[in-house]
Design a protein around this ligand. Structure first.
Ligand SMILES: [Zn+2]
Length: 400
């Protein structure tokens, strides 16, 4: 396979000014019909690009110069021709043209090299470097390291282990941008600026979370450094979504209770920030910390149980269900926790290794659960806000 191939070398031997060997280094050259004989591929390469024309153009002056070299030196007084200028090292428009042509040829070689290098093929889990070996229950269909953002972004449109992870949150992010755009552009008679401000915390959290997520899955295979950086952003996104989700819920649940509202907002801010700090810790992203990662974020989400219980105690269970959308919040919590557990235990691929390499692997299910939970939460906080706003301001509520 790829490892048995000799690294091909293309030389600009026709270029009289620059003779640089161009090495095409890629571990996945087997995608480019190199299996049998490299020389065929080289021939194909040169004949299918504009290089063929350029080579012909380049060979002409070289041949011309050689033929002149064999002739006796020019007679004194005779006009110095092109090749004498070449030999004497003087510049001329023709030489400049030649240099420019060589540069263009070089750029063409470089372009072919890049296209060639970009033609990666999915690989087996065994062939991955350690930093890409995240889930050993996914056997085939992995992207190799690309070292190119262009190749990473092009891979969005190819089928591999990350395709489902990318698209679930890319489409989710687009959907949330649409919902947020619609909500924020409602006339003030429909939605007032206070509501827009409170809901925007949730929208920002959701869009950032989904955005960081699909970006991470897209560039994960770039290199270890880039993958690690975006992995941290991915975790920060989850913390931001959780924090953003709490803001409208606490705001409307404790609409007239300033003390508890501030206390719980501070609590979630401190916990969320701690999650972000822990996420930035390098070791946190390693496979052996999978359970710790799931645990930290479940704890952040479960911290919502305290204000929820508080609400039930002061308002009663009936009010909590009917006016504080507690049912929707419980469903949301269930979806988040179920998603996190599936992510941690890696089911179904653990039960059927190699059978869910491309579709329906645990991480995709986790992504869908996160998306569903975010929409359920939006529905829940919309209901709480509608109920709360129909009651009038706090003074009117107290008078009732
Ligand atoms: Zn993910």
């Amino acid at each position: 396979m790829a490892s048995s191939l000799t690294t091909p070398t293309i030389t600009l031997e026709a270029c009289p000014i620059v003779q640089q060997p161009i090495s095409i280094a890629n571990q996945d050259l087997n995608n480019v019909s190199l299996d049998s004989d490299y020389s065929d591929a080289e021939e194909d390469l040169s004949m299918t690009t504009k290089q063929a024309e350029r080579r012909t153009a380049l060979r002409r002056p070289l041949f011309f110069r050689r033929s002149k070299l064999s002739k006796p030196s020019s007679i004194e007084g005779e006009e110095e021709d092109e090749d004498d200028r070449v030999l004497s090292g003087k510049s001329s428009p023709k030489i400049d043209f030649l240099a420019g042509t060589c540069k263009a040829a070089e750029q063409a070689e470089e372009f072919v090299k890049k296209v060639w290098a970009g033609a990666w093929r999915v690989v087996h889990h065994h062939s991955l470097p350690d930093w890409l070996k995240d889930n050993d229950f996914l056997h085939t269909g992995h992207r190799p390291p690309t070292n190119s953002f262009i190749q990473c972004f092009k891979s969005i449109f190819r089928i591999h282990t990350e395709t489902g992870n990318i698209w679930t949150h890319l489409l989710g992010m687009i959907a949330f941008i649409g919902v947020a755009g619609y909500f924020m552009t409602r006339p003030s008679i429909e939605v007032q600026w206070q509501e827009k401000a409170v809901f925007s915390a949730f929208f920002v959290g959701a869009i950032l979370c989904l955005g960081f997520s699909w970006l991470f899955h897209t560039v994960y295979c770039h290199s270890e450094r880039v993958g690690r950086l975006f992995n941290k952003l991915d975790y920060c996104g989850i913390a931001l979504l959780t924090m953003g989700s709490f803001v409208p819920w606490l705001y409307y649940s404790f609409y007239c209770d300033l003390g508890p509202k501030i206390a719980y907002l501070v609590l979630i801010f401190v916990l969320g920030t701690s999650c972000i700090v822990v996420s930035l810790w390098d070791k946190f992203a390693q496979p052996q910390y999978r359970a710790v990662r799931a645990g930290v974020f479940i704890a952040l989400g479960l911290s919502g149980v305290i204000p929820a219980l508080h609400y039930v105690i002061i308002e009663g269970f009936y009010n909590a269900i009917n006016f504080a959308a507690l049912g929707w919040l419980v469903l949301m919590a269930f979806l988040y926790i179920a998603g996190a557990v599936i992510y941690a235990v890696r089911i179904p691929e653990r039960l059927f290794p190699g059978k869910f390499d491309i579709w329906f692997q645990s991480h995709q299910i986790f992504h869908v659960f996160v998306l569903a939970a975010a929409f359920v939460h939006f529905h829940g906080i919309s209901k709480i806000a509608t109920y709360r706003l129909t009651l009038g301001d706090c003074l009117a509520t107290e008078l009732q």
